[in-house]
Design a protein around this ligand. Structure first.
Ligand code: NAP
Length: 244
């Protein structure tokens, strides 16, 4: 029996760094992505060049049917294995002040971050809980879901809901030694933040810089490790001292 790690949105940014980190920890990694196959293949090649093992799995986390089909196919191809480590990282931003926010932008952001978490996690939970080998779920929340940020009512709502779900699911899964935690990054240097005025925003950060994806990946790696077996239901901020 081999225990795999699945990282949603593993082709770029934080998800990519998490894939590399988990592979360095010796886990075979499944790199989920939505459309950017070239980027996902690069992550796979990088992991393999470092002696790790990785495979791609394409699906839109916000499409229940696509999630179910992809994960069922994987389970049929791996009857003796299971996904013991799940990082719900896929997420998008569609910022706007609320009075101008198109309905589709409200739903798209909630569907990816919140419904995506639900579709993927629900499907993997039975095996994780049944095996009793200490499964790990890490949800990528955000400073925005704790503090709320103007121009991000959709994103703040999705991430705050993800935090609530993390705390509830942690209590459901704890008797089976499965931990469920959330990570709440501040501003991290990825494609998602490249259109933001970085010079202006970093003045708000006591460390006077954006974080690096690898710094977030280290925290996720720790939460996935055996050492973190007694940490569950937590939301850990990683934001360079930005007040939350
Ligand atoms: P990013 O650079 O824009 O990368 C997004 C990743 O998610 C890509 O791999 C993308 O796949 C994938 N993705 C997007 N929608 C998807 C869907 N419906 N189904 C499957 N995969 C999907 O974003 P990031 O900055 O790394 O952010 C990763 C997570 O961290 C998000 O949840 C974000 O909200 C959160 N976060 C980021 C920051 C920050 O400052 N960057 C701060 C706090 C929280 P493709 O390559 O196929 O497009």
């Amino acid at each position: 029996m081999t225990k795999y790690a699945l990282v949603t949105g593993g082709s770029r940014g934080l998800g990519k760094a998490v894939c590399l980190k988990l592979a360095q920890m010796g886990l075979p990694v499944i790199i989920n992505y939505q459309s950017n196959e070239a980027a996902a293949l690069e992550v796979k090649a990088e992991i393999e060049a470092q002696g790790g093992s990785a495979e791609l799995m394409r699906f839109d986390v916000g499409c229940q049917e696509a999630v179910e089909v992809a994960l069922k196919e994987w389970e049929m191809a791996h009857p003796d294995d299971y996904i013991a480590y799940l990082v719900n990282n896929a997420g998008i931003r569609k910022d706007n002040v609320m009075f101008m926010m198109p309905t589709e932008d409200w739903h798209a952001v909630i569907n990816t971050s919140l419904n995506g978490f639900f579709y993927v996690t629900r499907q993997l939970l039975p095996k994780m809980m049944m095996r009793k080998h200490g499964g790990r779920i890490v949800n990528m929340a955000s400073l925005s879901g704790i503090k709320g940020l103007p121009g991000q009512t959709n994103y703040s709502a999705a991430k705050a809901a993800l935090i609530g779900a993390t705390k509830a699911l942690a209590q459901e899964a704890a008797p089976r030694s499965v931990t469920v935690n959330a990570v709440a990054p501040g501003f991290i240097d990825t494609d998602m933040t490249k259109d933001l005025p970085q010079d202006e925003l970093k003045k708000m950060v006591p460390m006077n810089r954006f974080g690096k994806p690898e710094e977030v990946a280290s925290l996720v790696g720790f939460l996935c490790s055996d050492e973190a077996a007694y940490i569950t239901g937590e939301v850990i901020s990683i934001n360079g001292g930005l007040y939350t």
